[in-house]
Design a protein around this ligand. Structure first.
Ligand code: GAR
Length: 193
């Protein structure tokens, strides 16, 4: 059985979508562990409520730093939970060598833009500020860059006239919740996981 490890920093709505896809049978997998760098993140509460093993990635109060030591500890926790494929779901730290080497080509990310456009934080607000006509959602394999790495799946979304950044993010999330489980399933099948 494909075992997923999910890393998130926020509300965990993508984790919920993955869980719902598993429950409905459209994604044949289980979530082995959910980890967050934010002890107060709602994603951990969701994991707890659903009886999923979960834990905190202790970044010792650093806002963005994700040290080699902490990355190695994170890889250890994922390995111990039997994780085959790591899914970043709103995880807001840059993954580097210790974690990438432990899971080569086996870390996915979902990002709310048509990468390579608008990497980084609040991509929906970046798209509105840039006054582009369309944006979208990308699922990609993680490499050492920020929101770079081979694209697995992308879906476009037209930005409505005068649409606010918040309203756009809500519509992008509907796409995220649909395509992330699909991309995970396709990618895991392609690797025979
Ligand atoms: C999602 O919109 C995700 O695409 C974005 O964070 C949000 C997390 O929401 N990720 C990034 O911006 C990564 N660069 P969630 O916690 O409800 O899944």
């Amino acid at each position: 059985m494909l075992t997923l490890g999910i890393l998130g920093s926020g509300s965990g709505s993508n984790m919920q979508a993955i869980l719902d896809a598993i429950t409905s049978g459209t994604l044949q997998a289980k979530i082995g562990i959910v980890l967050s760098d934010n002890p107060d993140a709602f994603i951990l509460k969701r994991a707890e409520e659903n009886g999923i093993p979960h834990g905190v990635i202790d970044c010792a109060g650093h806002k963005t730093k994700f040290s080699d030591l902490v990355q190695a500890q994170t890889a250890g926790m994922l390995k111990q939970a039997g994780v085959d494929l790591v899914c970043l779901a709103g995880f807001m730290r840059l993954v580097k060598a210790p974690l990438l080497d432990a899971f080569p080509s086996k870390i996915l990310n979902i990002h709310p833009s048509l990468l390579p456009a608008f990497p980084g934080v609040a991509a929906w607000a970046q798209a509105v500020a840039a006054k582009v006509k369309e944006t979208g959602v990308t699922v990609h394999v993680v490499d050492s860059g920020m929101d770079t790495g081979p694209v697995i799946l992308q879906e476009k979304l037209e930005i409505l006239p005068d649409e606010t950044a918040d309203a756009l993010h809500k519509r992008l999330q509907v796409i995220e919740h649909r395509i992330y489980p699909l991309a995970i399933s396709q990618y895991a099948n392609s690797l025979n996981l």
